[in-house]
Design a protein around this ligand. Structure first.
Ligand code: DLL
Length: 442
């Protein structure tokens, strides 16, 4: 830990709920959970129908483990109830609406009461503080503003913490760089791949990304790896921490990482009860440490209480460290719907990121192309990856071989590697698309 980081972590005033014991936290969870399931049953027809069909009643929730008796909620439920069918309060009590982009179907719409917004801001503030951000700091917020929860969620949290917020939103990278140089922010909030875009554009302009005023980065909204953390921390000379969340459960700030340990995001369990289930057999609730699909139940939400929401995010629960009562989540290896099945082998883009970034000649800019060449029954994957600026084409060819071998060894599948020129692949503006599926449909 650098001296600066140590100073930043000792002066923080934590919320009382951050420091309570596990027993006290679980007692709080149980009473909040009992309230939430009854509240959802009484106010949202979908929950009443689902509970009745499953033969469970809110009164059946006597201890935390009874939650497993209750039915799951999925994105499909939110889509079917589009737009406001799952709201538990009348519209005039809904203070704000957000929605997913709806690129893969109907948008999912979420709502917040005034109290929900205050709780959300408090949890984002808590996450930012855990990651080293302090009252009075200038915070450059490069998460997209609008219906996406990232921009406004992070904004409200930074304001609640007492920061000076610079609401730049995503995109307009040149302008971002000018403002970073002129306003001298202490912290930046962005997706990891967008921060990479900013660093890359700085280098192109002849600016050393390590020379800016930025000391902290709070990154999330997409999977990223320890190797990417190392890449960003060294290129930008800052401390990078994770922030996790999803709109159906709240938005950013469901979990946040502590800068002093950098060992995964602590789930704020005074507001959310996490579970890990077997993604292939959801009736099986797995123990701490076991990998599976993350499921959340909200404990305090008013406008959109959410019961056992299947996130599709694959991870595991780990014991709390910097905030001992709150369990951490391991890095998200991927989403079950982002899993590539290549000739029977399952793989995620984050595995390729992990391997590629260990090869010094290769840059973090890559994409995965899936094809099924004519006359072939087998799918093919090509990793298109940029070589580093300083590496020759010959040097890159050798690195390509290494990447191919390492993927074969660690992932177990054969693929093609195509090393391309620096700057030739599309740059991220927010959540980066890594997979380009060009296989014939059907
Ligand atoms: O991405 C909320 C958010 C905004 C989180 C800004 C952090 C920072 P959605 O658009 O609903 O909400 O997407 C949620 O993004 O289920 C994960 O698959 C992924 N995701 C979010 N945070 C992380 C993270 C926002 N830290 C979906 N690591 C989630 C890995 C993440 N994946």
């Amino acid at each position: 830990m650098t001296q600066e980081t140590a100073a930043a972590t000792t002066d923080a005033v934590l919320d009382r709920e951050e420091t309570i014991s596990r027993d006290e936290l679980e007692a709080l969870q149980l009473s909040r959970l009992q309230h939430t399931v009854a509240y959802a049953y009484d106010r949202v027809l979908l929950y009443k129908r689902k509970f009745d069909e499953a033969g469970v009643h809110p009164a059946d929730l006597r201890e935390l483990s009874d939650l497993a008796k209750f039915p799951f909620t999925t994105k499909e439920d939110l889509r079917l109830e589009y737009p406001f069918g799952m709201f538990a309060v009348p519209q005039n009590e809904v203070a704000r609406i957000h929605a997913s982009s709806g690129t893969t179907g109907r948008a999912t719409v979420v709502g917040y009461t005034k109290k929900d917004l205050a709780d959300w801001a408090k949890l984002v503030a808590r996450s930012l503080r855990a990651s080293g951000v302090r009252p009075g700091m200038k915070v450059h917020n490069a998460y997209g503003y609008g219906l996406f929860t990232g921009g406004m969620g992070a904004h409200a949290g930074a304001e609640a913490l007492g920061c000076t917020v610079i609401p730049i939103s995503g995109g307009q990278t040149e302008r971002q760089i000018t403002l970073i140089q002129d306003f001298k922010p202490d912290a930046i909030l962005a997706t990891p791949t967008y921060l990479l875009t900013i660093a890359d554009a700085m280098i192109k302009q002849g600016i050393d990304p390590a020379s800016t005023s930025l000391k902290y980065a709070v990154l999330g909204a997409e999977p990223w790896t320890e190797e990417m953390r190392h890449e960003l921390e060294t290129t930008m000379n800052l401390k990078a921490c994770d922030i996790y969340g999803l709109s159906e459960v709240m938005g950013p700030g469901v979990a946040g990482e502590a800068v002093e340990t950098q060992d995964g995001s602590h789930i704020w369990e005074d507001h959310f009860r996490p579970e890990i289930i077997d993604a292939f057999d959801p009736t099986v609730v797995l123990g701490d440490g076991e990998p599976g699909e993350l499921v959340f139940t909200s404990l305090t939400k008013e406008a959109l209480p959410i019961i056992r929401y299947r996130t599709k995010d694959l991870t595991r629960l780990l014991p709390g460290t910097a905030r001992p009562a709150h369990r951490r989540m391991g890095r998200i290896t991927g989403r079950s719907d982002d899993m590539i099945i290549l000739r029977g082998v399952n793989l995620f883009p984050s595995q390729i990121e992990e391997i590629a970034l260990r090869i010094p000649e290769l840059s973090p800019h890559f994409q995965l192309e899936l094809t099924r060449p004519e006359g072939h029954r087998m799918d093919q994957m090509t990793v298109k990856i940029e070589r580093r600026d300083t590496v020759t084409v010959e040097g890159a060819a050798a690195a390509a071989k290494v990447l191919q071998q390492q993927i074969k060894i660690h992932v177990g599948s054969s693929c093609a590697v195509d090393v391309v020129d620096p700057g030739s692949l599309e740059r991220s503006n927010g959540k980066l698309r890594r997979i380009y599926d060009m296989r014939p449909k059907g």
